[in-house]
Design a protein around this ligand. Structure first.
Ligand SMILES: [Fe+2]
Ligand SMILES: [Fe+2]
Length: 261
């Protein structure tokens, strides 16, 4: 099973740029073209939050327009920048009754739990009692079934400024993952705007880079936020039953394949 992941699209109203600088809409158009050209074709695209930038009026209309050319099935979850109601309108498979947008993607051998970590109105994330109960129930209902968890906020400290926007309840999630009846083959996140891998709770957490701007790699204590034009990428998660989950980064840009000799 081949799963593509894009994240932190930060779409803005037509004709505008994120913080007046970054043409996130053009970046998403390039990401969609990149996804459509992948060979072999992924079975699914996961979009792990921050689809809109503010959100301001016009952003979700722009998102719909930019995702329309995507020829692969996609599933989304919210980030701190998103509006749940707008996402529900755009993606009718999202739960209408539940206050949260968590849902299960069960269309292949790997079961995917899309976990909503948004703390409404705040940049940091939160896994409240209700959401922890939801994930506990999902991990218990198919014991032995290989399972991937997708969420927006990273559940571990990165050493970067983004740690001020971490995820409350992460220690409780770690307990659930450690003693899960279903093996958790990995957790995929966004939010940190750069590629980061961590061993955590007996599994591997991978944070994908943004389709647009990245946060600067600055591990100095007390360093604030900065952003860079390091290349955006699509994460490709290849899952094979006997060898597990392997993650690649497919950089978006002009990097043609060369021949040796
Ligand atoms: Fe973001
Ligand atoms: Fe975020």
């Amino acid at each position: 099973m081949l799963i593509a992941q894009i994240t932190d699209l930060h779409v803005t109203p037509a004709g505008t740029r994120a913080f007046g600088r970054v043409d996130t809409n053009a970046h998403l158009a390039a990401a969609v073209a990149h996804l459509n050209a992948l060979d072999p074709r992924p079975d699914l695209v996961l979009i792990t939050g921050d689809l809109a930038n503010t959100p301001k009026p016009g952003e979700y209309e722009m998102l719909e327009e930019l995702l329309a050319p995507l020829t692969l099935p996609c599933r989304v979850l919210p980030g701190n920048h998103d509006d749940r109601s707008a996402l529900r309108r755009l993606f009718p498979y999202l739960p209408a009754e539940d206050p949260f947008l968590h849902h299960v993607v069960d269309e292949g051998p790997l079961r995917i739990l899309m976990l909503d970590s948004q703390k409404t109105g705040f940049p940091e994330g939160e896994l409240c009692a209700g959401r922890l109960a939801w994930i506990a129930d999902r991990l218990a209902e198919e014991p032995g079934r290989p399972t991937l968890i997708a969420m927006h906020h990273q559940p571990f400290p990165t050493g970067l400024a983004i740690d001020t926007m971490g995820c409350a309840g992460a220690a409780d999630l770690a307990d659930l993952v450690r003693r899960s009846p279903a093996p958790v083959v990995g957790i995929v996140c966004g939010h940190v705007h750069r590629p980061i891998t961590a061993g955590w709770a007996g599994t591997t957490v991978f944070c994908a880079p943004s389709t647009a701007h990245q946060f600067a790699l600055d591990l100095a204590p007390g360093a604030g936020f900065g952003w860079t034009t390091e290349p955006p990428a699509v994460a490709l998660h290849r899952w094979v039953p006997d060898s597990g989950l392997v993650t690649h980064l497919s950089l978006i840009g002009d990097y043609p394949r060369q021949r040796f000799g």
